[in-house]
Design a protein around this ligand. Sequence first.
Ligand code: HEM
Length: 215
Amino acid sequence: MFVLGGMQGVLGWYMVKSGLVDNPHVSQYRLTAHLIATFLIYAYMFWVALSLLFPPRSAERHPWYGKTLALTALITVTIISGGFVAGLKAGKIYNTFPKMGEYWIPPDFLALEPAWRNFFDNMATVQFDHRILAITTFALIVAYWANLRKSELPARVRRGVNALLHTAVLQVALGISTLLLVVPVLLAATHQAVAMLLFTIALYLVHALRFGNSA
Ligand code: HEM
């Protein structure tokens, strides 16, 4: 943890080096690398804390463990795509929802060459990706909740599943509001913080279902 914390300091310096001197802009790649490192260190620390709070009871995994892990991976990808939206200031264009201006798919979607660059460098494509990933994540969280609420679950897991759904509703509402209001800092920062909360709840569920510790 100590070493990772130190490395994050170096990465933060490397990010700031890419801008902020004459203009308040840093590389979207370095900003997102810094964001990923933040979530990795946090995930590691939280996992260690969970293992101390809820010592593993058995090696038997809950049948929903794999799906919970996959959902957590999708939440993580959505978070990474959010880093690119913030890094490119892509929330300052197409400030409408659900359509992007008059379009479902923006006309400049593949404007850059080679095509792969659009997914990291084109504001329209990056915003479009974040929308699609966020809506898919949200829909799967609703389906996850609807399925799990029918099964027999320990109280602690049931609370986690309900919290995941409510936090996802809040996160989507915050994301859409941030976009419609052209990224006020307070809303954007709250959207980032709630992303961490969503990730925390997902990790909590992965841990509870992983170690037969869900009683
Ligand atoms: C599961 C749902 C979502 C998750 C986990 C998520 C996560 C994130 C994260 C982590 C960021 C980066 C924050 C930063 O580094 O400063 C971000 C940025 C952003 N997201 Fe989302 N998001 C979600 C849904 C949405 C939705 C539905 C919209 C609107 C259609 C949206 C619009 C934005 C915008 C405009 C930004 C850029 C804010 C800025 O420039 O600081 N998000 N998102």
